[in-house]
Design a protein around this ligand. Sequence first.
Ligand code: GLA
Length: 347
Amino acid sequence: MGFREIFGILPEATAQAPGRVNLLGEHTDYQEGYVLPSPLPYLTQVEAARAEGRVEAYSETLRELRARPLGSPPQGDFLDYLLGVVWALGEAGHPVEGARFYVRSDLPMGAGLSSSAALEVAALRALRALYRLPLSDLELALLAQRAEAEYVGVRCGLMDQMASSLGRVGQALFLDTRTLAYENLPLPPGTRVAVLDLGLKRRLAEGAYNERRQEAEEAARRLGVRALRDVADLCLVESLPSPLDRRARHIVGENLRVLRGVEALRRGDARAFGELMTQSHRSLSRDYEVSLPELDALVEEALQAGALGAKLTGAGFGGAVVALVPEGEWRAFKDRLEARLAGLKIL
Ligand code: GLA
């Protein structure tokens, strides 16, 4: 199957974009904080051609063809992301007449690896080429996030789309989500990043994500700051009532961990970086309460198997674990985990 079989014409543009893991800086991007994601060598690829007045798309993974006129409301399927980016372009003063897409991807869906951001960024890259739009990669990421937050209706932060659009595979993207300053940094030398996927489907993810956002906003309001990014002293959070004190402690501590992690990357200190990842997981589990017993157990298994650090990646409530593994121990790490955990996929 391909574009030509589905649509009867040849594609006019091809583009791709990666998913990501997040190494440090979880649940900080909606409080103007720091994040440190790394794009994965797993991609979503789109072939595209222009169309009049509608968006049509075929997903190879879902084996589904969908089509709706421009201006249609979201319907809860994968076409929403594509209509969403077309909508966001129009809102930003770059109206496009429509498009056809053929979508293929080797990114697992629902594993917290940003398959939706990869689809949005790949589609925007194809539309930029098709319609010769004068858009930078940074503008593309902002449009992709706007599509997801305002059209699809998932109130995400900026991390995933920025990682997909601006990151480099094999590096970490240090991003300040307030100023949008960013820098690509090398991963710790002599290590490999492992993504451990037990296929844990997200449970109650969206409602709980929005609840955490509201708690964080309430904590910032009570502390009298624009965002929790502005709290540098961890002691200040102790004055908040429970559970806002724990929620704020996670975010304030997590921003510090990103800054320390960046220092560790600059001096090539894999051990220190790994420890910060594990601290991040403990904070996400105990203070932010977005983990699951299965994710906590998987983190412990990874550490026992020789990882320098491990944490859940993405929003939590399911999804995958990311671990930092010394190159020399990769084989033993993989063998041990595969022997102990049936159904585990190591990416
Ligand atoms: C999801 C969101 C991101 C970010 C993470 C948590 O992946 O899309 O914006 O908030 O959760 O770090």
